[in-house]
Design a protein around this ligand. Structure first.
Ligand code: AMP
Length: 395
């Protein structure tokens, strides 16, 4: 396979920069280079699937131009269909998963080629592959216009890659910023200056919901989402979703979670950065961090990550409850949800970890003036009203 490494900024006759939502982009990959690579990929696919009428599955919206261009360059019979991937909240034990919308074709026994615009961490693609594999295609391959090998956190290995690119934000040729820039014929990369100093949404609020396991963070997060429309990041849910999908990261996480231990900071910080960059819509009103940070180094990393995006932790609401109550709640949850770490031995370990590694964060945030103590025992509705007062104060 011939992959082109693109590292420089080819000069074009177009204006040297374009600006969207205050972010400046410089030329990166020209339409001419894209055309040439599309032709090569279409020729490879035509050679491999001659006489087999493959089905291209275009992932909307970003891949629509790439898929159309590949499709019309094919010299064999082929079909094309279009899908959307929509996030939905699974039960809290399964985390967020993406569901396929729009695939009406029976793909059993077919040669299926997923056409994607960009593969970053690979999590979305891993979920899609699992889903499509379960429908028993004859072969399943991936064609992606862009691939960020340095961001990859899964074992995805695309069959056809337009260009390997560094971990940078890009737009054009189907890729958008807030819906704009998809119709630029060339691909543009964010300018160094802009990337560091500007952010699409400086008013996005950041709320940390803090407390021991079983203190009600998940329950209260749901209420916050309903009232304020904030984006919910639960690191526990993210990890459980990896375990469920059998990813490499899931296998690592499982070892720690089942023992009631914390996942190492360095890995956790990488996971969170990925979620912040790829899951949170730039126009979101706010983000609730549930289960992160859990250590002082994580809190420092969060401060750094937010400040790079022109944001900060606006308030930390700490749900405070005694260990007896927490243990009873977690045992009950274990019986109801079957969560594997809600057994007495692991619960004790998790509470120890909380007291030793996580509770120092109370002082950390108190010293910064952002900690608000919430009485965690009582009716969930009245606890929520206490929390809401503090969120209202930062809006
Ligand atoms: P939770 O659902 O938040 O109770 O998290 C369940 C488990 O996931 C924890 O006991 C940890 O093993 C792991 N975990 C979740 N968030 C973090 C984090 N920020 N740092 C380290 N480990 C985490």
């Amino acid at each position: 396979m011939n992959q082109d490494e693109v590292t420089g900024c080819p000069t074009t006759a177009a204006a040297p920069t374009v600006t969207y939502n205050g972010l400046t982009f410089v030329p990166f990959i020209s339409r001419k280079e894209i055309n040439a690579r599309v032709k090569e990929i279409a020729a490879e696919i035509s050679g491999r699937f001659e006489g087999r009428c493959p089905l291209l599955v275009c992932v909307l919206n970003g891949a629509f131009l790439f898929a159309a261009d590949i499709f019309r360059e094919l010299t064999i019979d082929a079909e094309i269909t279009f899908i959307r991937l929509k996030s939905y909240d699974g039960m809290s034990s399964t985390g967020k998963v993406k569901q396929i919308h729009g695939l009406s074709e029976d793909i059993a026994g077919r040669d299926v080629i997923i056409v994607e615009d960009i593969i970053d961490t690979g999590h979305t693609m891993a979920g899609l592959l699992d889903d499509l594999r379960a429908r028993h295609p004859h072969t399943l391959s991936i064609a992606t216009l862009l691939f960020k090998p340095d961001s990859l956190q899964t074992q995805i290995s695309p069959d056809y890659v337009g260009f390997n690119i560094p971990t940078k934000f890009i737009i054009g040729y189907g890729l958008d910023l807030d819906g704009l820039a998809r119709n630029l014929p060339d691909i543009w990369v964010i300018g160094e200056q802009a990337e560091q100093s500007t952010t699409p949404n400086k008013t996005m609020r950041n709320v940390v919901i803090f407390g021991a396991p079983g203190s009600g963070k998940g329950t209260q997060s749901e209420r916050i989402i309903n009232r304020y429309g904030f984006h919910h990041i639960s690191t526990g849910d993210v990890l459980r979703s990896h375990i469920k999908r059998g990813t490499e990261l899931g296998a690592i996480a499982d070892g720690y979670i089942s023992k009631g231990q914390l996942i190492p900071d360095e890995l956790m910080v990488k996971i969170l950065a990925d979620v912040l960059d790829n899951e949170v819509a730039p126009e979101a009103a706010g983000v609730i961090f549930d289960g992160f940070p859990r250590t002082v180094p994580q809190a420092e990393a969060l401060e750094r990550m937010l400040s790079e995006r022109g944001r900060k932790v606006d308030v930390v609401v700490g749900l405070e409850t005694d260990d007896d109550e927490l243990t009873q709640r977690l045992l009950k949850r274990g019986q109801e949800s079957g969560r594997s770490d809600d057994n007495i031995e692991t619960i004790r370990k998790r509470l120890d970890v909380y007291h030793n590694q996580t509770s120092p964060l109370r002082d950390y945030y108190d010293a910064r003036g952002s900690y608000r103590r919430i009485e965690g025992k009582g009716h969930p509705d009245s606890i929520f009203e206490d929390i809401a007062k503090h969120i209202d104060a930062i809006l």
